[in-house]
Write a protein that binds this ligand. Structure first.
Ligand code: HEC
Length: 142
């Protein structure tokens, strides 16, 4: 009896959830990219995976004549549009000891595939459209 009740309640929950807040796969993939269990990919890689400079720092170097030169270096989160699935999974599970990037070992294969889908299908298309709008002079004033 107890188990039947739990199944009934469980089913009602699933149906209720679908009815109340049904989202498409694209919306799900986008949401996951924006918030994959807490630390957003977008914060570092940009909203469309287009890449971003995270930090600039100065390094002092000695020139040929002994003069001190300031050289600016950058820490970049690269463009990750069209990243292959195997590379994505490897990076998420093991970003490397000295990487700025956190590891995301809690992500399941299903979730990693959704991120892959976002980065290969949704993000590049949206990025292309946005760039066309931003950099097309004929669109000014419309
Ligand atoms: C705190 C900043 C930060 C966050 C958050 C972050 N990354 Fe990164 N990511 C980096 C940096 C910096 C690199 C480049 C250095 C490196 O490879 O470790 C990188 C590299 C990568 C690469 C390898 C790219 C290449 O061509 O070698 C992939 C793929 C990637 N990130 C995907 C993601 C995804 C997906 C998420 C979210 C689940 C994410 N990252 C979250 C900073 C971040």
């Amino acid at each position: 009896m107890g188990r039947k009740l739990i199944i009934a309640v469980g089913l009602a929950g699933v149906v209720g959830a679908l009815g109340d807040s049904f989202i498409t796969y694209s919306e799900y993939a986008t949401q996951l990219y924006l918030d994959p269990h807490g630390v957003s990919c977008a914060k570092c890689h940009g909203l469309y995976g287009e890449g971003k400079v995270l930090e600039r720092y100065a390094v002092l170097k000695k020139g040929k004549n002994g003069e001190v030169k300031v050289v600016w270096k950058e820490v970049k989160a690269p463009n990750i549009q069209y990243v292959p699935l195997s590379k994505l999974k490897k990076k998420l599970y093991n970003p490397g000891t000295y990487s700025y990037m956190p590891s995301y070992r809690i992500l399941s294969d299903t979730e990693i595939y959704a991120l892959y889908y976002y980065l290969n299908q949704i993000a590049p298309e949206k990025w292309k459209k946005l760039k066309a709008r931003l950099f097309n002079p004929s669109q000014i004033g419309r």
